[in-house]
Design a protein around this ligand. Sequence first.
Ligand SMILES: [Fe+2]
Ligand SMILES: [Fe+2]
Length: 270
Amino acid sequence: MLLAQLSDPHITAPGTQLYNRVDTGRHLREAVAALLALDTCPDVVVLTGDLVDRGSASEYSHLRDLLRPITDAGIPLYAIPGNHDHREAMQAAFADQPWMPRAPDFIQYVVEDFPVRLILLDTWVAKKPYGELCDARLAWLERALAAGQGKPTIVMLHHPPFRTFIEGMDAMGLKAPERLAAIVQRHPEIERVLCGHLHRPIQTRFAGTLAQTAPSTAHQLTLSLAPGAEERYIIEPPGFLLHRWSAATGVVTHTVTVGSYSGPYPFGDA
Ligand SMILES: [Fe+2]
Ligand SMILES: [Fe+2]
């Protein structure tokens, strides 16, 4: 099973650029093209939040247009909200998708169609940059995990439940991550906890499994580990994650860089 994780595309209305500088639509178009050009076609694509930048209907419509080559290629596609999304607008934009829960519920659901179950969580809090899993969402997660009866599982949510040492982002991470950790700890079948939000690939051990964030398909967050560092973005090469699972190996993750680079070349003198 090959899972492609695209994150934080921050799509704006057609003809506009994010911060008057970043053409996030072009970046997503290039990421989708790179994904479809892989020598091994992903079985499934998941977008881990901040799908659009301001949560408007025109942004979501633009997003759906940009994602169409994936579904046209027959690859199933799922999404969860990030802090830049708007839950009701996202529900409306994906209302034709059978996986989309109906308003006013949370946008969290289980994908059972693959050897690894995907449990997709909604950490969205209205008008807040941080994320939260309230009592209702955590209780739902407990039930979803119990229903899997130990089958290999990947849990996905926008806000990472761990400290990254990028201070500005840690202040807007997942609130009370220990509550999620207590549940994950009881389920060794969880192969990964996969997140977005950071616009950088970062990994750590978490509650007996591995938690990691994905790069953005557009702009990246400046790497600043100094306390009090100003939070800024940078046009480093964008990318996405590819998670390859087999029963013998578990999940093996590759970071894919999107862009045009010299090569490939055979080894040996030119
Ligand atoms: Fe983001
Ligand atoms: Fe975010």
